[in-house]
Design a binder for this molecule. Structure first.
Ligand SMILES: C[C@](O)(CO)[C@H](O)COP(=O)(O)OP(=O)(O)OC[C@H]1O[C@@H](n2ccc(N)nc2=O)[C@H](O)[C@@H]1O
Ligand SMILES: Nc1ncnc2c1ncn2[C@@H]1O[C@H](COP(=O)(O)OP(=O)(O)OP(=O)(O)O)[C@@H](O)[C@H]1O
Length: 277
């Protein structure tokens, strides 16, 4: 059975401070984009999870978040089967797009339905929390302001059908490394979330920010260059997503959107034309 597993972008992101559990409280606005993996999930008669992918960098051992999810699910329900999962990987890995978290969540939703597990919302939230901070967002899939570790949502007005250029130079950044090196907070996303919710996009484009850029740009210097190029080519907003290194550009003007893609598509390893969902 084929399932689409979408990527997310952070339309803004602030890290508020360290929690007692070693995670950080964040304040972020998240939205899906149409860039997605295609997961082919089929039950097998073993108790094993067999993972495979077209991407050689896709981990097929227990470090895969799909495996981690499956082990966490077994803490809540007895599972008397295994699954073969092939992932046609289109989302760049370790990119700030939460591809692994998306895969894990879509797998949970599939198994919950396939085996009629009838997991409660609280059980789903806890299984996702044990798997990774971004995982629970993919049960929601709307434009949300997320707080806590990133799994407490307030719904905002839809931000769908915006033209998005995704640029990634093929480098990878560990979220943990960025969190561990962050010093300052900007006091949260008050203005940004109000602007998005009231569809005041001029204010949103002006006020949007990602606190993690200050650390990630030191790890991958091209991030700031890509942002400049997106603005020079007409982006209304250019911002790093998550802990990076992916940078996205939002284009209200369709001709600028097309021109930007044509100018950048041969310059970087991953350049995608997509849209917000
Ligand atoms: C940067 C974001 O993409 C923004 O959406 C996410 O916060 C990243 O979430 P994620 O990659 O799912 O994070 P996890 O895989 O759960 O955690 C990886 C490491 O990142 C750090 N981490 C993650 C999320 C968070 N709210 N605070 C943290 O400090 C922790 O050191 C953790 O050990
Ligand atoms: N199903 C998966 N797909 C892609 N990467 C995975 C998966 N499972 C585990 N990983 C590993 O998890 C790490 C994070 O991968 P992912 O692509 O989710 O990063 P990310 O997009 O930066 O996530 P986030 O935005 O949450 O930080 C990588 O080291 C990758 O090897």
């Amino acid at each position: 059975m084929k399932v689409n597993s979408y990527a997310k972008i952070n339309l803004s992101l602030d890290v508020l401070g360290l929690r007692e559990d070693g995670y950080h409280n964040i304040d972020t606005v998240m939205n899906l984009i149409d860039l997605h993996d295609i997961m082919d999930i089929n039950r097998n008669s073993t108790y094993e999870l067999n993972l495979s992918s077209n991407n050689p960098d896709f981990p097929t051992d227990k470090t895969n978040l799909i495996c981690k999810l499956f082990e966490n699910l077994k803490k809540f329900r007895e599972i008397n089967c295994g699954y073969d999962v092939f992932v046609d990987k289109q989302i760049p890995i370790s990119a700030g797009l939460a591809g692994g978290s998306s895969n894990a969540c879509e797998f949970l939703m599939y198994v919950n339905d396939d085996l009629s597990l009838n997991l409660s919302d609280q059980e789903i939230k806890e299984i996702c929390r044990l798997t990774g901070a971004d995982t629970f967002y993919f049960t929601n899939k709307k434009c949300v302001r997320a707080k806590g570790i990133g799994n407490e949502f307030v719904r905002l007005s839809d931000f769908s059908n915006k033209n998005i250029i995704i640029v990634n130079n093929g480098m990878s950044i560990s979220s943990k490394d960025v969190y561990d090196n962050l010093k300052e907070s900007n006091g949260g996303l008050g203005k940004v979330s109000v602007a998005i919710d009231s569809r005041d996009y001029e204010t949103f484009y002006r006020e949007a920010f990602n606190t993690m850029e200050s650390v990630s740009e030191k790890l991958v210097e091209e991030i700031s260059i890509i942002k400049e190029q997106l603005y020079e080519l007409g982006a209304n907003l250019a911002l790093m997503s998550g802990s990076g290194p992916t940078v996205f550009g939002i284009f209200e003007n369709y001709n600028d959107f097309e021109n930007c893609y044509n100018k950048l598509k041969d310059k970087y390893k991953y350049v995608f034309k997509t849209k917000t969902l």
